[in-house]
Design a protein around this ligand. Structure first.
Ligand code: AKG
Length: 460
């Protein structure tokens, strides 16, 4: 290498200091080991920068550098323990349930259920495991929260998955960032995922599609997050129902029936954050106390392969017990149309006008229902006392699966009205446990307690 510096032929020569320095640099810059180390350091820095930026944007109220993401010590607590949680929600294998039975037993009477076997043939079962996801979508940026102006905060999946397991971040954060991406099926980098699963026949009617893809509210989400990520207590908007199919991991759910008072189940109080961890740590235990004056929660421990169905109007909070990968859709069917129509007409007038036009063409029977409700004035009165969602997926500052719609129309403030229950014969065991879960006084509790006949009589 030093030959390079010999100017006089046949005569040894001494390189200058500058020449030596240049030689060192040349060696260093062509050294593959050095290149790799440099690259690694840059990647580390980039990862750390991206994670911190996402955290700051998604929760500007807590400081990353002061360790406030871990200030409650939930990672060292027993928050993920399921001791004493009794899951009494009925499991039904999809092969043993017809669509008609689903509607009459669960959808119309608004009874939560867990359906098994729905994801059995899905490609997502393989394709949504971590290594495969990383390979296919590692560079794609998924939504992990919303900033203070409501804009999506996004992270590359390879950074996110590393974050989720990082002892300095996701593995110790009280409420880790959560992928809750409502545009995964549209964005070029991730829309292939939509082909990895099928909409089960029970939920296929999806009447809001008639409003058009541009007008309809967000309705499907990829949901992925580590232990302690989750969704704070909320009701899905416009009284829509939801199905949530878990491909990997475990989720803990707590549900309260329609009409459970917001002031009790979702109180606003100092120190209570909107994240799932905060709700489960501070409110859940109250709901189990003997003097709890309202409905007890309905608990579910959802295992991989199970699909939880949340009927419209039910409050629900979800805590991931381990790294969980799920897909969830909100939907409207003929059985749930009147209630959803009432909410939509009131809260999303422009969209409802478009929807009604399409219904007149494609579903004149339902357009007639809407007209009938308008004639009776109940398209304005038929909404429940907790019509608007107040949801928060972990660390996303109030943005969640089904929080508010994306355009300027918003739901009106909730109006109170007596709660109602639909008809249909529910399985006695489910009725029993739900009756126990319902608040002592409101009509729905009484209806469930007195059984299916009363439910049928009370159908709205
Ligand atoms: O999986 C979750 O975090 C819950 C999703 C949820 O609550 C919702 O979609 O409304």
């Amino acid at each position: 290498m030093l030959q390079k510096f010999c100017s006089g032929a046949g005569r040894p020569c001494q390189p200058t200091h500058t020449e030596l320095l240049q030689a060192d640099l040349a060696i260093l810059s062509s050294n593959p080991l050095h290149d790799a180390a440099d690259k690694k350091r840059e990647e580390e820095e980039e990862y750390e920068r991206k994670v911190r930026a996402a955290k700051r944007a998604a929760r500007s109220g807590i400081s990353v550098s002061k360790g406030e993401w871990q200030r409650n010590g939930y990672a060292q607590s027993d928050l993920l323990s399921t001791n004493g949680i009794v899951d009494q929600v009925e499991r039904v294998h999809c092969s043993e349930l017809t669509v008609e039975q689903f509607v009459e037993r669960y959808e119309r009477p608004r009874i939560p259920v867990v359906i098994t076997g729905l994801c059995d043939g899905w490609r997502a079962g393989q394709a949504w495991r971590q290594p495969e996801l990383l390979e296919r979508y590692g560079e794609h940026k998924f939504k992990v929260g919303s900033d203070d102006d409501g804009y999506a905060v996004r992270m590359r999946l390879r950074h996110y998955l590393r974050y989720a397991a990082d002892p300095a971040h996701g593995a110790s954060d009280d409420s880790p960032l959560y992928i809750f991406d409502g545009t995964f099926a549209e964005r070029r980098g991730s829309r292939g995922m939509r082909r990895d699963y099928e909409i089960p026949e029970f939920f296929r009617e999806d009447l809001m599609r008639l409003a058009g893809d541009r007008r309809r509210p967000p309705h499907r989400w990829l949901v992925l997050g580590p232990a302690r990520s989750g969704s704070g207590l909320h009701i899905d908007p416009l009284a829509t129902s939801a199905w949530n199919a878990l491909l990997a991991g475990r989720k803990r759910w707590a549900l309260f029936p329609p009409g459970a008072p917001r002031s009790l189940v979702a109180p606003r109080e100092p120190g209570l954050e909107r994240e799932a961890t905060s709700w489960f740590a501070k409110v859940y235990s109250r709901t189990r106390a003997p003097d709890w004056p309202s409905a007890a929660p309905v608990d579910i421990i959802q295992e991989a392969g199970e699909t939880v169905v949340v009927p419209g109007g039910w409050w629900h909070a979800v805590l991931n017990l381990e790294l969980a990968v799920a897909v969830t859709h909100n939907y409207c069917s003929s059985a749930t149309f009147p209630r959803i129509w009432a909410h939509t007409h009131r809260g999303r007038p422009k969209m409802s006008a478009r929807w009604l036009e399409a219904l007149r063409r494609e579903r004149p029977d339902l357009a007639a229902v809407a007209d009938g409700m308008a004639a009776r004035g109940c398209d304005r009165e038929g909404t429940s006392s907790s019509s608007s969602s107040s949801s928060s997926s972990s660390s996303s500052s109030g943005s969640s699966s089904s929080s508010s719609s994306s355009n300027s129309e918003t739901e009106q403030p909730p109006r109170k009205q007596p709660r109602t229950a639909g008809g249909g014969a529910a399985a006695p065991a489910v009725l029993g446990s739900l009756a126990a879960a319902l608040p002592p006084t409101p009509p729905a509790a009484a209806l469930l307690q007195s059984g299916a006949a009363a439910l049928a009589a009370a159908r709205v």
